[in-house]
Design a protein around this ligand. Structure first.
Ligand code: PLP
Length: 335
């Protein structure tokens, strides 16, 4: 394994956890060598979208131990996503103990390089063999892991999307279900063809307020305040978003979780009151933004510097989860 040249999502570690639900109960979880699955083509997950996943990370601590970051917050979100998709929920104990034992076994897969981590992908799929459209009776819970670098090491360009939407009120936007991502590919591909890295989603209908970006929540620094759209049923409750807001408050910065309109964003560029914009997510951690296109006009942000609030927050977060700073929030689960 060449840890110096990691690519996100390419290498999968040696083992996986597998646990099946049938006859209305979860059965014994097993950790087995990573292997292909054998499933009927009539398996419900292939047809009607009952698939839910989590994305989290384990870090190598300074003393050599392993740390799973904010396991409980990820589990709670997993439960909310599964409930929304009418899927069986693996018990917390299987999730937590399963992750710990899996990482303990594959601990040599946790990279030690700066900004690298072991990405953890717990997911549930509907496994009943049935072609009719209805809720599955059977499920499989699987955890696989993958050594990764942070994505978006370079500053990115975002296109505010006003023609397509990712989520609508009453929909599944707050859930980490596969369909949300499938539906986002087409507008994202269009944005890529136009030279942008990701879209910045807006609210369904009026398309006049910012929601979030591809696999990240969005944060702005306007007049020295850290501002991010409030959580709702159309925005994923990002663990990184919450962590960065918490750290910012501890460091004494003003934070605001409130709607951000396109008009406000555009005026903040025209008045030079916006100093930073960045995406916040498990994969990227902090992705500095260099350009935002609003209604076809590119607005540029100052060059990213280590003096930026986003850089300070990122450093603080990295220090906590690698044991270089005290975990005053109780976010680490040390193995
Ligand atoms: C749509 C979406 N929004 C936001 C996030 C950021 O969430 P987190 O910080 O928990 O990774 C993600 C990534 O998981 C995502 O897929």
């Amino acid at each position: 394994m060449d840890f110096e040249h990691l690519e996100f999502g390419k290498q999968i570690s040696d083992h996986m956890l597998v646990c099946d639900y049938f006859n209305e109960q979860w059965h014994e979880a097993e950790i087995v060598p990573f292997a292909h699955l054998s499933l009927s083509p009539a398996t419900l997950a292939f047809h009607y979208g009952q698939t839910v996943f989590e994305g989290m990370k384990a870090f190598r601590m300074q003393d050599g131990s392993a740390n799973i970051f904010r396991i409980d917050k990820h589990y709670d979100r997993f439960v909310r996503s599964l409930d929304r998709m009418c899927m069986a929920v693996p018990p917390r104990e299987i999730f937590v103990e399963g992750l710990k034992q899996l990482i303990n076994l594959d601990r040599n897969w946790i990279p030690t390089q700066d900004n690298c981590a072991l990405y953890l992908r717990p997911f549930v799929i509907a496994t009943e063999k049935f072609l009719g459209v209805r809720v599955s009776t059977d499920y499989r819970f699987i955890i696989i892991t993958s050594p990764v670098p942070s994505t978006f090491a370079k500053a990115i360009k975002l296109k505010v999307e006003t023609d397509y939407i990712r989520a609508a009120p009453g929909g599944t936007g707050f859930a980490k279900c596969g369909g949300n991502y499938g539906g986002a590919f087409y507008p994202t591909q269009l944005a890529r063809q136009q030279g942008y890295d990701q879209v910045l989603w807006t609210n369904a209908g009026e398309n006049n307020f910012i929601e979030e970006s591809g696999m990240m929540n969005i944060m702005f620094v306007i007049e020295d305040k850290l501002i991010t759209p409030p959580l709702s049923d159309t925005i994923l409750d990002g663990v990184t978003r919450d962590s960065l807001l918490t750290i910012a408050r501890t460091l004494g910065y003003k934070t605001e979780e409130r709607p951000v309109s396109l008009d406000e964003l555009e005026s903040s560029f025209r008045n030079n009151t916006i100093s930073e914009a960045f995406g916040a997510g498990t994969a990227a951690v902090v992705a500095p933004v260099k350009t935002i296109s609003i209604h076809g006009t590119d607005f540029h942000l100052p060059e990213y510097s280590h003096e930026n609030l986003s850089a300070k927050l990122k450093l603080n977060l990295e220090q906590i989860r690698t044991g270089r700073a005290e975990d005053i929030y109780g976010w680490n689960s040390i193995i």
